[in-house]
Design a protein around this ligand. Structure first.
Ligand code: NI
Length: 179
């Protein structure tokens, strides 16, 4: 089982490297990432969170029953559950203009959560594990999870995106936990 890296580990602040070759080793690594994500009941995981600074994320939002996800291709909504879990290699996002606030947590920062302001809609481009191009639009929890995980690949954590008041509360909580 892959171990989850925790806040304070430098790999969480590293900018992950693009993946140049999609091979059997990468497919094995993706399967291990999914196993770790399910074990810890997360809905997303980035490679940095298992100590590897390479651009791959896994997502499965099906466990979050009260937080719907929307997946759209060419303007048409697709059944999200049929496309889970997702493994996305070299993911890139385009952000829609509208914003939305929502609660987030992170397996690398256990015990902490807070409201984060993000784009309501994103368009994702990535490769799948066969090297095929993937492109879709996302709303709801899927949009939020994609933004959270792609942030990890750039060394950004959700606590960096909290407003000043929330950040103060979280800093106090982290401080108390460190003691
Ligand atoms: Ni996270």
């Amino acid at each position: 089982m892959l171990e989850i890296t925790k806040l304070g580990h430098p790999v969480l602040r590293a900018k992950a490297e693009p993946i140049r070759e999609i091979d059997a080793a990468l497919r094995r690594f993706a399967a291990d990432m999914l196993e770790a994500m399910y074990e810890h009941e997360g809905c997303g995981l980035a490679a940095n969170q298992v100590g590897v600074a390479r651009r791959i994320i896994v997502i499965d939002t099906r466990g979050a029953k009260n937080r719907p996800s929307v997946l759209r291709l060419g303007g048409k909504s697709l059944p999200v559950h049929k496309h889970m879990p997702m493994v996305l290699v070299n993911p890139e996002l385009e952000f829609g203009p509208e914003r939305e606030s929502g609660d987030e947590a992170c397996l690398s920062i256990p015990g902490i959560h807070g409201d984060v302001d993000r784009a309501r809609v994103v368009r994702l481009r990535a490769l799948d594990l066969d090297g095929a191009a993937v492109e879709f639009e996302a709303e709801g929890l899927l949009s939020r999870a994609l933004q959270h995980e792609v942030d990890h690949l750039d060394g950004i954590l959700f606590i960096d995106r909290l407003d000043a008041e929330e950040r103060k509360r979280v800093a106090d909580e982290l401080h108390a936990m460190a003691r």
